[in-house]
Design a binder for this molecule. Structure first.
Ligand code: HEC
Ligand code: HEC
Ligand code: HEC
Ligand code: HEC
Length: 214
């Protein structure tokens, strides 16, 4: 989504109520989820780190060592999924990104981390470290969209949730997003906000039948 400078105040308003889904990728380095934890693990602000830790994304690298993964790997001629680009490209963050664009402490074994969806976070981390962290309970501050992707959309998910995956399950944005939700409770949204997210034109109609298991 392209927007001129004049549209920025409007964008911010929309982003606050969460309708501004966008995939514009900022430049910068991949920092890894451990860095994000420093500022995003307070319950009053939505504890995004722990919410993420409870999703399958945090286990996506571990998953590649499971008996099921070994079996799936065989069908693709892959012996060791945890060492194969064929699997790692979707099961860890920024696999295809050169090492120079990753922080020295970036740990791929943490799986599909924040920046798989939010884009490289170094600009955001630097900007937030330079500013004072707002105390919990206060209104969230607005961050510029050149800093971090605040509200990634369906195309971001489909980079991995597509039929190139050997275990592809039908994907629909709204349904899957609810399953990994980590909203900031300080941002006022209507109670039915998540149900009102529009269906995506590229949603797989078969996704209706999907039931998530823990
Ligand atoms: C195009 C991206 C992509 C690639 C490439 C990929 N995966 Fe996955 N994998 C996913 C996604 C997304 C899921 C979760 C939902 C689904 O199955 O669609 C998943 C889930 C899995 C699961 C769990 C299945 C389940 O039923 O919960 C296993 C095991 C797995 N992948 C193994 C592998 C192995 C082994 C490889 C390499 C041979 C591989 N994947 C390559 C995207 C990918
Ligand atoms: C699989 C993709 C994905 C991962 C992984 C992910 N997020 Fe998000 N995140 C999203 C999406 C999509 C939204 C937008 C939700 C909306 O606007 O309804 C979002 C929204 C947010 C927001 C804004 C919340 C709000 O109420 O507006 C914060 C803060 C955030 N994520 C931080 C994180 C952090 C920190 C991590 C890692 C610990 C993380 N996210 C991991 C996809 C992801
Ligand atoms: C030094 C503190 C700090 C660090 C480290 C940090 N953030 Fe943030 N982040 C903030 C603050 C402050 C906000 C604004 C919301 C608020 O006031 O809590 C924010 C907002 C966000 C948003 C919402 C943006 C929007 O437009 O709604 C996302 C997404 C996000 N951070 C992701 C990340 C990710 C990913 C990382 C790790 C790479 C990270 N943050 C690391 C402090 C930090
Ligand atoms: C970098 C690749 C990648 C991206 C981007 C990604 N995912 Fe995933 N997702 C995975 C993998 C891999 C798994 C399976 C992990 C496992 O089973 O260990 C998964 C699993 C899931 C699951 C659990 C599925 C199940 O069957 O239980 C949900 C829900 C999900 N993702 C939602 C999303 C949403 C929503 C987005 C976009 C906002 C997104 N994902 C973006 C790779 C990705």
């Amino acid at each position: 989504m392209q927007m001129g400078r004049m549209a920025l105040p409007l964008f911010c308003t929309l982003a606050l109520v969460g309708l501004g889904f966008s995939e514009d990728v900022p430049t910068g380095k991949y920092m890894g989820s451990a860095k994000c934890k420093n500022c995003h693990s307070t319950a009053a602000k939505g504890d995004q780190f722990d919410a993420w830790l409870k999703t399958k994304h945090a286990k996506a690298f571990e998953q590649l060592a499971s008996p099921e993964a070994i079996k799936l790997g065989k069908t693709k001629g892959v012996d060791q999924p945890q060492k194969s680009a064929e699997c790692l490209k979707c099961h860890v963050t920024a696999y295809e990104v050169p090492a120079a664009q990753k922080h020295k402490n970036f740990d791929a074994t943490m799986g599909v981390q924040c920046e798989s969806c939010h884009g490289p976070g170094s600009k955001h981390v630097e900007a937030r470290l330079a500013a004072d962290e707002p105390p919990a309970g206060e209104k969230p501050i607005e961050v510029g969209k050149d800093e971090i992707i605040g509200h990634p959309g369906a195309d971001t998910c489909r980079k991995c949730h597509n039929k190139d995956g050997p275990s592809y399950k039908p994907f629909a944005f709204k349904k899957y997003l609810k399953e990994i939700a980590h909203l900031d409770p300080r941002k006022k949204r209507p109670a039915d906000y998540q149900d009102k997210i529009p269906d995506d034109p590229k949603d797989d109609p078969e996704a209706e039948k999907i039931e998530f298991k823990k």
